[in-house]
Design a protein around this ligand. Sequence first.
Ligand SMILES: NC(=O)c1ccc[n+]([C@@H]2O[C@H](COP(=O)([O-])OP(=O)(O)OC[C@H]3O[C@@H](n4cnc5c(N)ncnc54)[C@H](OP(=O)(O)O)[C@@H]3O)[C@@H](O)[C@H]2O)c1
Length: 334
Amino acid sequence: MIEVGVVGGTGYTGKELLRLITKHPKFELSFATSRGSEETKISQIHPNLSGFIDDEFISPSSDLDADLVFTAVPHTKGMEYIPKIREKGIKAIDLSADYRLSVEAFEEYYSTKHTDPGREAVYGLTEYNREEIEKADFVANPGCFPTGALLSVLPLLDSDFDLDYFLFDSKTGVSGAGAKPTQTTHYPNVNDEVSAYNLVSHRHNAEIKKILEQHNLPDFGFTPHIIPMVRGIETTAHLITKQKFKIDELFELYSSFYNNSSFVRIKKQEPKIKSVRGTNYVDLGGFGIEDSRTVILSTIDNLVKGAAGQAIQNANLMFDLDEELGLKEPGLSP
Ligand SMILES: NC(=O)c1ccc[n+]([C@@H]2O[C@H](COP(=O)([O-])OP(=O)(O)OC[C@H]3O[C@@H](n4cnc5c(N)ncnc54)[C@H](OP(=O)(O)O)[C@@H]3O)[C@@H](O)[C@H]2O)c1
């Protein structure tokens, strides 16, 4: 078995990693950390894991040992742990934003100094970087919004279409904000409400920009909204083009681009969040076409394909395993 550890095991993505590790046929939990709940049973903090995990949390300052460590901690905390983990020769996947961008872009968008500037990670958007991830010992797992947005336009990278502008309009469930309650996530503030935030300046812009720029793709806008839902992100991607797309041509392009990506399902009807909830799937569809505007929708579970599931998919590749291992299951619907 391959021993895997989780730094940040009490948070939402850490908890989801633990759930996925218990089902994985080749991964075995080596440790999960907590600063406030060390020596407490993991299943006491996460009752959904009762009967599956008997271990206790350990302190993140313990001697962390495993074949691979996931760091599921807030930004600026990934770079506190990654240097020690990597210096021991342990493979790592960081779920925070710390290694997704260049040092300059990180410092600009996150307004803080990078404390581990020399270290390079492979960007872990699996369907974009599969071959690099297979060779990698260290992966920066993507943000949840960039995963949904980028997968909705990846087939257009390096295509011959004349593209003018992309507009990503995303709705997310509240778990995207992490486990700690805040005014933003407080029930009376979230329920019966749609709350747009960071209208033109969300930090995830930097990640989307980095990938689009590498392929000379057009400028884009991105606006996120929180809606009264626990899990899931629906992204409505408006593609402004110089010519009118033909639906069959576009559908064929998307289907063939994702031909070897079994977690991407292409459909002509509008995808639903409930079809992907609890899964590593990305459903892409809609394909509404009106003159110079084409609308493509993507749905993901932010905690699975947007975080823990994609991290497990990447870990599978890093150990030369089938990328689907431990991840293939239908969505929790309704
Ligand atoms: N939520 C999502 O949908 C999502 C999607 C993609 C990526 N991400 C990214 O994934 C990371 C984790 O997100 P999350 O939603 O799971 O956050 P979270 O629910 O707030 O959990 C954060 C975890 O980090 C631990 N932690 C905090 N500060 C720490 C420190 N200094 N040293 C060690 N552990 C520390 C906390 O545990 P203790 O307090 O018990 O130590 C907790 O387990 C973030 O960087 C986030 O941006 C989140």
